[in-house]
Design a protein around this ligand. Structure first.
Ligand code: ADP
Ligand code: MG
Ligand code: MG
Length: 907
């Protein structure tokens, strides 16, 4: 491992050595660290150097490069000159460099890079004399465009308009068809654009170009796209980006040169074998930008898309062979699928970048289990790196191909699996605006750019006409876990008129039309289509498919088994019905952490009875009404006990805000009056008396049971008698009764006394007992702060982190939508605290509660049953708190199992 030196600001790579290596991502960014690693491995990396990330953070504060840095940069350039035999800023063999961003966490396309820097008219002339005039001019115009865009913020469309004008004049379609004279024209126009937009002439001093580009890349850490990307992906702001300055190599020297990108395995489905694309006579971003359609690296892939004979494998077998050798070497070195950038100058291959590949949940499962099977990594290494939330994609529904009612409209590349249906949006802004109105959206674009990121986030799925599996749309959609189809070349998109037509079809679609995309197969269909259960669920839950016929389900099961071997936390589920419980058990739940018993009250015939309970002023009437509900509750509980045999089932006593029970419509009020033999007026005045202006802080939770103990009694009776009856069937019943919304130990004491009295009575009568534990939710800050007292009455705690978050932050979870997204956008909270636990605030209360509770009662079982129980980072936090279990919704159970294992492995 290379040593990190505090004062060292510049790290060299190239010529078979490097100051840095792959362990130094925090300091050098992922790109810089891996360039160092590749140089050390002896791979052909153009030489260069990395300016470390602390410089970026310093730049963010002072808006200037530290004193003397440019002197060091000059020395570093000198080293690159020595290694390449070229000279920066002058002929006869000029050195051009790229200035590349690169943070510790990969943020594809979010920050900026300038290519061909060090260019001016004299340099261009020297380069032209050496390597061809057309090539020199092409590099020069690329530089002016990128520099103008990145450093001076000139919108790309200004340059594109100038380029299009020249292409139009010359009657050519592709950039590559412009000759040197035409490019001269482009350059002159570009310089005019620069002058017009900035009021200054284009800087021809290479050192000025270099300094300003370095500053611009550091500044790009703070641009809106990058900030948005970090918010969405929960990346901290204080990492900073490094800057890599690297000698240029040229894929645009002619048709026998090119540039490309590739994955060491298929990032969409995980299939073994290299998957990549390249463009002849091209540079840098041309491949992902979708300007020309890229050509597959592999012959088989090319044949499949009518490009037979054109693949890199067929056209440049030597380069192809070297690339395959490099791919294997890199994958073995990193022990994981790599995503790499390469360029070839005639017979010489260069590697520009490698990083761990982003992939779909499907690909994660397949590649990790394959790598274990190949003996390249251990099971624990495999599970440590699978993003836990990617499992959600594998469980997501996909298009039901057997039922697909219409023939596909068009076929593209399957870039992100899963099916999605929505209305068409042609711009990211429109997608965002309509998605905010709960309209499902499919974002349809020619191709996407980093400016579209908010629209991609808002959309259900993404469809583009251009690009391959490595295009921006594909990479970002996979990262977001969204269904995505790219390269759907039959689409004709008219953004200005908001119409979508399809080659060989008379259909004209607009924003009002619904389409369905199947990212698993690449099919685009008209209208809403039948969607089917995921293959994994078919195997595990429905049992309609044998595991032997689903390699994906087999991989899923392996990963789950490895996770179970590693984790310490138990994973339970939140389930209210036997059916939910069945699904959760099939997905590995080890019990029910939360059954919301009030959900059983909401069915029509039961709610009337419940309303009578609440509106009655006499206990006798309330008991009579409750007696009508009791048999239903008992049956529901029996169902849960049977499904969860041998595993704990935690039932929470009644806990909805009171107003949810009250009738609102005239009709309901009349029905209730009839049923309870009240006058409509009586009902109205009782409702008025019960009205609360703040129901969330009102008469709910145990407060109901305390004023109406017969409700708690009825529930205790239903639970205990269900337990007795199911136990009599020979089932091991592990029932737990949980009292909600306790803030004071006396509340719990009162409720517990009611429950125990009821249980004793019942068991006495039955002549048998079952063991039923009694515990409480910790969801009011006061409960957390007095957990020691509360533990004297509780056999277990379960953190209700939805309410605990609401009450600790003073943010209503029902109204949070009005300002919380802005708060998150502004970084006040870095993540939505209702999604990911606020560890420093709410987490602190939890820590206190665990410590004080266990001090009083060392065997106290503690779990969590809020939404956070299925959020990986919150699960990790629960592990470090030493909780016994997390409980989450059924489909999150696998995610929690994996996240719990990752937390245990991180210890
Ligand atoms: P990003 O992080 O957006 O991928 P990069 O810094 O990797 O940006 O560069 C953008 C493109 O330019 C990539 O295709 C990369 O391979 C290419 N590139 C960067 N530096 C050089 C160089 N020195 N020579 C040739 N191509 C380069
Ligand atoms: Mg790159
Ligand atoms: Mg609650």
């Amino acid at each position: 491992m290379a040593a990190a030196d505090q004062a060292k600001r510049i790290y060299h790579f190239g010529g078979g050595t490097a100051d840095g290596d792959e362990t130094m991502k925090a300091l050098l960014g992922g790109k810089g660290a891996n360039l160092g690693a590749m140089a050390r491995m002896g791979l052909p990396v153009p030489p260069g150097f990395t300016l470390a990330t602390p410089l970026c953070l310093a730049y963010g504060v002072s808006k200037a490069l530290p004193h003397g840095l440019m002197d060091d940069v000059r020395k570093a350039i000198g080293k690159v000159e020595a290694l390449t035999g070229k000279t920066f800023g002058k002929g006869p063999d000029p050195l051009l460099v790229s200035v590349r961003s690169g943070a510790a966490v990969s943020m594809p396309g979010m920050m900026d890079t300038v290519l061909n820097l060090g260019m001016n008219p004299e340099v261009s002339a020297a380069l032209g004399a050496l390597a061809g005039e057309r090539f020199a001019k092409d590099s020069e115009r690329r530089f002016i465009q990128m520099f103008g865009n990145v450093v001076d913020g000139i919108e790309g469309k200004n340059f594109e308009a100038a380029l299009d004008a020249v292409k139009h004049d010359k009657g050519v379609i592709e950039d590559t068809a412009l000759d040197a004279a035409a490019l001269d024209d482009v350059i002159a126009r570009y310089r005019e654009v620069y002058q017009a937009e900035t009021g200054r002439s284009f800087p021809d001093d290479p050192w000025e170009q270099l300094q300003r580009s370095i500053e611009a890349v550091f500044a790009s850490w703070g641009n809106i796209r990058a900030v948005t990307y970090r918010r969405i992906n929960q990346i901290p702001d204080d990492l900073g980006t490094a800057v890599n300055v690297q000698a240029m190599v040229y894929g645009n020297l002619g048709d026998d040169c090119g540039t490309g990108v590739g994955f060491t395995r298929n990032p969409s489905n995980g299939a073994k074998g290299f998957y990549g694309e390249f463009l002849p006579n091209a540079q840098g971003e041309d491949v992902v930008a979708g300007i020309r359609t890229p050509i597959p690296v592999k012959a088989a892939q090319a044949a499949a898309v009518d490009l037979a004979g054109l693949s890199l494998e067929e056209r440049h077998p030597q380069i192809h062979g070297e690339l395959m050798a490099v791919a294997t070497k890199l994958e073995d070195f990193y022990g994981d699928v790599q995503d790499l950038e390469f360029t070839f100058e005639r017979d010489t291959l260069y590697l520009l970048q490698t990083r761990t590949a982003k992939r779909t949940g499907h690909a994660w499962l397949m590649t990790q289990t394959d790598l274990v099977a190949e003996g390249k990594i251990t099971p624990n290494q495999a599970i440590a790196r699978i993003p836990a939330t990617s499992l959600a994609q594998v469980l997501a529904p996909s298009l039901d191909t057997s039922a697909a009612s219409s023939k596909p409209l068009a076929q593209g590349l399957n870039a992100g699996p899963g099916a999605a249906t929505g209305r068409i949006a042609f711009t990211a802004d429109d997608a965002e605006a309509r998605a905010a109105l709960d309209i499902p959206i499919i974002l349809v674009r020619e191709d996407t750019t980093p400016e579209d990121i908010h629209g991609m986030h808002a959309a259900q799925g993404i469809l583009t006409a251009r690009g391959g599996l490595t295009s921006h749309a594909a990479v970002v959609a996979r990262g977001m876990g969204k269904p995505c189809i790219v390269g759907c070349s039959a689409l004709r998109i008219d953004e200005a008129n908001e119409t979508l037509t399809i080659e060989d079809s008379d259909l004209v679609l607009g924003p009002g039309d619904t389409i369905t995309i199947d990212g698993t197969t690449g099919a685009v269909l008209l209208g809403e289509q039948a969607i089917t259960t995921s293959e994994v669920l078919q195997v595990l839950v429905d049992r309609t498919l044998p595991e032997s016929e689903s390699p994906l389900a087999a991989a899923f099961n392996k990963v789950m088994k490895w996770s179970d071997d590693a984790r310490k936390l138990e994973v339970r589920t939140n389930a209210d019905t036997p059916n939910d419980a069945l699904v959760a058990r099939a997905l590995g739940a080890e019990g029910i952490g939360l059954c919301r018993s009030e959900h059983m009250f909401f069915e029509t015939d039961r709610i009337l009875a419940m309303r009578r309970v609440i509106l009655s002023s006499k206990k006798r009437h309330r008991e009579a009404a409750l007696a009508g509900i009791e048999p239903f509750q008992k049956e529901d509980f029996k169902g849960l006990f049977r499904v969860m045999r041998g595993k704990p089932v935690t039932i929470r006593t009644l806990d909805p805000p009171l107003h949810e029970f009250l009738p609102h419509s005239e009709e309901d009020i009349k029905a209730l009056a009839r049923q309870g033999r009240w006058s409509v007026e009586q009902v109205r005045s009782r409702i008025a008396a019960l009205r609360e202006s703040n129901p969330m802080l009102g008469h709910r939770g145990c407060r109901l049971g305390i004023l109406y103990p017969e409700i708690t009694r009825m529930q205790a009776r239903a639970i205990a008698s269900a337990a007795l009856e199911v136990a009599a069937e020979g089932v091991d019943v592990q029932a737990e009764i949980m009292i909600p919304l306790v803030g004071h130990v006396r509340e719990l004491a009162l409720q517990r006394a009611e429950v125990e009295a009821e249980l004793d009575e019942l068991f006495e009568k039955a002549g048998r007992r079952v063991n039923i534990r009694i515990g409480t939710m910790i969801e009011i800050p006061r409960a957390a702060l007095t957990a020691g007292e509360i533990a004297t009455e509780a056999q277990f705690f379960s953190f209700g982190t939805n309410d605990l978050t609401q009450m600790t932050l003073g943010v209503s979870r029902d109204d949070a939508g009005t300002f919380l997204p802005d708060y998150v956008g502004m970084g006040i909270y870095t993540m939505d605290p209702f999604v990911s636990l606020d560890q420093s605030g709410v987490g602190r209360l939890m820590r206190i509660a665990v410590r004080e509770g266990r001090k009083e009662r060392p065997a106290l079982k503690v779990g969590i049953c809020g939404e956070h129980g299925g959020d990986p980072s919150s699960v990790g936090f629960c592990h470090t708190l030493g909780l016994n279990y997390v409980s989450c919704s059924p489909y999150r159970v696998p995610i929690a199992r994996l996240a719990a294992a990752q937390a245990a492995l991180a210890d």
